[in-house]
Design a protein around this ligand. Structure first.
Ligand code: ACO
Length: 325
C-alpha cells in the first residue's frame, strides 16, 4: 500500500510585481535582482484576497483532477506562515469553504519546508487510519509580512498556493521516502519578531517595523546550499537508488544560485529541474506544490517517473520527498 498524489492544483493572484516596479520602491535594479536571485517578477495578492481564498481555489483544482469529493477527505493540512489569522487555523476555514465536513483540519508551520512536512504527515496519517483521502496545501502570502522598504527581502517574495489530494492505493507508485529535519539554533536567521506571545502587537512594535520578515540572507544562503545536498543524499540512500534514476527535481524556489548549486552537486540537468522562480519568486510553502502542479499541467510527469523534491526554510527547517509518479 502506498500513498499517491491523485491530483494537483494551484492558485496565483493576478497582480504582477515586477523588478521594474521594485526599482521605484527601493534602491535596487532589475539587473541586480536577476543576477543575484534569478527572479524577474512575482504575484502579489490584492487587498481583498486572503490565504484561505488561494487555498480554496488550489484545492478545487486538485480535487477535480483527483476525482475526489470534498466530503471524502479525512484530513486537511494547510502549511503556512501567513494564515488568515492566528486562530482559528486556515485549514478549518478552508474545510468550511470546501464543504469537507468529514475532515480533521490543522495548520502546520515549517516555513518554506511546510508543504514537504505536510505531505509526510498526511502520508503517515493515511497509512495509519481508515481514511482514504487527504488534502495537503502549501500556501503563503508573504507580501502581507514583507517590508517594502527593505531591499534585501522585498525583492524575493511572492504569493500563491499549491494543493495535492493524496489517496491510498495498492501498487508501486506513490511516496517512496520522506526525510524531515530542523535546526532551531537558526531560528533568529529568518523570523517575524512581533505579533506572537513574545512581542504582542503594540504601538512600539508597529513603529519599529517588527511585524515584518527579518532575514540574514547570507547565513540562510549558506545553510540552504549545504542542506539541499544533505537531504537529497539521505533520500537517495533511503530509496536505494542513484541520482541518474531521478526523472525530475523540484527544489524550493528561493534563489537560482541555490538551485544551481544543488543541481551541480547531484549532476541533475536543467531539463530535469522544475524552475518557476523567474516568474513567481519565493512563495514560501507554496513554491514546491505550485512548481509540481505547473509541471503536471504541462504534461511533464509520466507514470513511473521518479520525482525528488527538496525544501528548506524558517525554523530553520529542511526536508524532502521521493515520489514515484
Ligand atoms: N538591490 C541592490 N543591492 C542589494 C540588494 C538589492 N535588492 N539587496 C542587497 N544589496 C546589496 C547589499 O547591501 C550589499 O551591499 P554592500 O556590499 O555595499 O554591503 C550587496 O548587495 C551584497 O549583499 P549580499 O546580502 O551579500 O547579497 P547576496 O548576493 O548574498 O544576495 C540574497 C542576497 C538574495 C538575499 C541572498 O543572500 C539569498 O538569496 N539568501 C537566501 C534567502 C532565502 O532563501 N530566503 C528564504 C528562505 S525560505 C523561507 O522560509 C521564506
Amino acid at each position: 500500500m502506498k500513498v499517491k498524489i491523485l491530483g494537483l492544483g494551484h492558485a496565483l493572484p493576478d497582480k504582477i510585481l515586477s523588478n521594474k516596479d521594485l526599482e521605484m520602491m527601493v534602491d535596487t535594479s532589475d539587473e541586480w535582482i536577476k543576477e543575484r536571485t534569478g527572479i524577474s517578477e512575482r504575484r502579489i495578492g490584492e487587498k481583498d484576497i486572503t490565504t484561505s481564498d488561494l487555498c480554496e481555489k488550489a484545492a478545487h483544482h486538485a480535487l477535480l483532477k483527483a476525482g475526489v469529493k470534498p466530503e471524502e477527505l479525512g484530513l486537511i493540512v494547510v502549511a503556512t506562515v501567513t494564515p488568515d489569522m492566528l486562530f482559528p487555523s486556515t485549514s478549518c476555514i478552508v474545510q468550511d469553504k470546501l464543504g469537507a465536513y468529514n475532515a480533521a483540519a490543522f495548520d502546520l508551520g515549517a516555513g518554506c519546508t511546510g508543504f514537504v512536512y505536510a505531505l509526510s504527515m498526511a502520508e503517515k496519517f493515511l497509512l495509519a487510519s481508515t481514511h482514504k483521502y487527504a488534502l495537503v496545501i502549501g500556501a503563503d502570502m508573504l507580501s502581507r509580512i514583507t517590508d517594502y522598504t527593505d531591499r534585501s527581502t522585498c525583492i524575493l517574495f511572492g504569493d500563491g498556493a499549491g494543493a495535492a489530494v493524496l489517496g491510498k492505493e495498492e501498487g508501486e507508485c506513490g511516496i517512496i521516502a520522506t526525510y524531515l529535519g530542523a535546526d532551531g539554533g537558526g531560528a533568529g536567521l529568518l523570523y517575524m519578531p512581533a505579533g506572537g506571545a513574545k512581542l504582542p502587537p503594540s504601538e512600539e512594535t508597529v513603529k519599529n517595523r517588527l511585524h515584518y520578515i527579518k532575514m540574514n540572507g547570507n547565513e540562510v544562503f549558506r545553510f540552504a546550499t549545504r542542506i539541499m545536498g544533505t537531504v537529497s543524499d539521505k533520500l537517495i540512500k533511503m530509496a536505494g537508488i542513484t541520482y541518474e534514476e531521478i526523472d525530475y527535481f523540484v527544489p524550493h524556489q528561493a534563489n537560482i544560485r541555490i538551485i544551481q548549486t544543488a543541481m551541480k552537486k547531484m549532476d541533475i540537468g536543467e531539463e530535469k529541474t522544475i524552475i518557476n522562480l523567474e516568474r513567481l519568486g519565493n512563495m514560501s510553502a507554496a513554491s514546491v506544490p505550485v512548481a509540481m502542479s505547473e509541471a503536471d499541467e504541462a504534461g511533464k510527469f509520466k507514470e513511473g517517473d521518479l520525482i525528488l523534491t527538496v525544501a528548506f526554510g524558517a525554523g530553520l527547517t529542511f526536508g524532502g520527498a521521493l515520489i514515484k509518479w
